[in-house]
Design a protein around this ligand. Structure first.
Ligand code: ADP
Ligand code: MG
Length: 373
């Protein structure tokens, strides 16, 4: 059992701008923490620093309360699973899983016990005598997991382990890794660029861009209260709609491009009422744009239908309002009975996110808190 603490980590390659600058991250004991962000933002570098495969220029890394800065990777009691799981092709599944323990001079009996236990957990007992080429992609990835489990490390690190699998298998393995975490209760740090993986797997998610963690919170808190425009645009699919507006002197938000006028939602009024002309980005998730059945509300506007994508259980509507594109997901919209070229939309003021256009930060609510929990 181990918590991980990264304090003021700076890491650069060559003479370029550092990839990570003063990064701080605390992973709780037994937690499943997901590091998510676009390609090149420094996720793998962070993971490799924890593993000891890279050395920081400055800062401290500790595992289970002990600084590991001067401890080589093999003594950090960490197992890492990569995207390319590189099994030894000439060895059986059993030998692939046993390999690390043999190197560490475990007894034959102990190795057998550990491999059988891991095979049992991963349900690959009947594959132990096969060679990697006789396995499917998913089975190979399970063997790679097995190789990590047999060591019973203090910490598991995963670097995009599912990226090479097809979509269906990814969904299945995602659930299996989560189950594995429940069973083992070991601290896990999981890196992915896929926000769906992050949302479904993480106990907490760190959303990263350009080496900076923009928000670290539970998946639902991040979805409900993204800290800034980047997090709001990165988490959620299809992505949140953004409309740039200005505060007007009658407590409204007005968009020059869309001509949409919305009242400032009540919980933001005390923050914004006096800030005439301040630029505010209104964020509305596609699933929060409802097709209006109400006669008239202040949170209603009309948009042109550009494209309709029926998915069976719901429909994605691609809309426009002047030069602005909007996306809406609706369970009510029936593509067969609707023939009109425009549509009335309604948004519950509780589902409106507001961001300061200059700082890109979420606007605080009446309590003076970013979060209104
Ligand atoms: P991610 O895993 O989020 O895609 P990485 O941590 O692999 O990103 O990389 C972050 C940045 O550091 C990238 O710009 C990458 O080119 C650079 N980088 C990573 N490893 C090296 C290296 N060994 N030498 C030089 N630059 C590197
Ligand atoms: Mg990477």
């Amino acid at each position: 059992m181990a918590h991980i603490e990264l304090t003021n980590i700076t890491k650069g390659f060559d003479s370029n701008k550092p990839v990570l600058e003063n990064l701080n991250l605390f992973v709780n004991d037994g937690e499943f923490l997901v590091l998510v962000g676009p390609s090149g933002c420094g996720k793998s570098t962070t993971l490799r620093l924890i593993a000891g495969l890279e050395t920081a220029n400055s800062g401290n890394i500790s595992i289970a309360g002990k600084s590991v800065n001067n401890i080589p990777p093999k003594n950090r009691d960490i197992s890492m699973v990569f995207q390319n799981y590189a099994l030894y092709p000439h060895m059986s599944v059993y030998d692939n899983m046993a390999f690390g323990l043999k190197l560490r001079k475990y007894s034959k009996d102990k190795i057998r016990e550990r491999v059988n236990e891991a095979a049992n957990i991963l349900e690959i007992t009947d594959l132990l005598n096969r060679k990697p080429k006789q396995l499917s992609g998913g089975q190979r990835q399970r063997v790679a997991l097995g190789r990590a489990i047999v060591r019973k490390p203090k910490v598991f690190l995963f670097d995009e382990p599912l990226s090479n699998l097809d979509a269906k298998l990814r969904v299945q393995m995602r659930a299996e890794i989560k189950k594995l975490h429940k069973q083992l209760n070991t601290t896990m740090v999981y890196v992915t660029h896929d926000q769906v993986e992050a949302m479904t797997m993480g106990s907490r998610i760190a959303v990263m861009k350009d080496g900076v963690i923009h928000q670290l919170d539970t998946p639902l808190n991040i979805y409900n209260e993204p800290a800034d425009l980047f997090v709001a645009s990165f988490i959620g699919s299809p992505a949140m709609n953004f409309i740039t507006t200005k505060v007007t002197n009658n407590h409204m938000l007005f968009s020059e491009t869309t001509k949409i006028t919305l009242p400032i939602p009540e919980k933001y009024q005390s923050q914004l009422n006096s800030q005439i002309d301040k630029e505010i980005v209104v964020g509305i998730r596609p699933e929060a744009l409802a097709i209006s059945s109400k006669s008239q509300t202040d949170y209603q506007f009309n948009a042109t239908i550009e494209l309709v994508e029926p998915l069976g259980n719901e429909t994605i509507l691609y809309l426009s309002k002047g030069p602005q594109s909007l996306t809406c997901i609706s369970k009510q919209y029936d593509p067969q009975s609707h023939t009109e070229s425009s549509i009335e939309l309604f948004v519950d003021p509780d589902n409106i996110h507001l961001f300061d256009n200059s700082s890109t930060k979420r606007v605080v609510n009446n309590n003076g808190l970013v979060s209104n929990k």
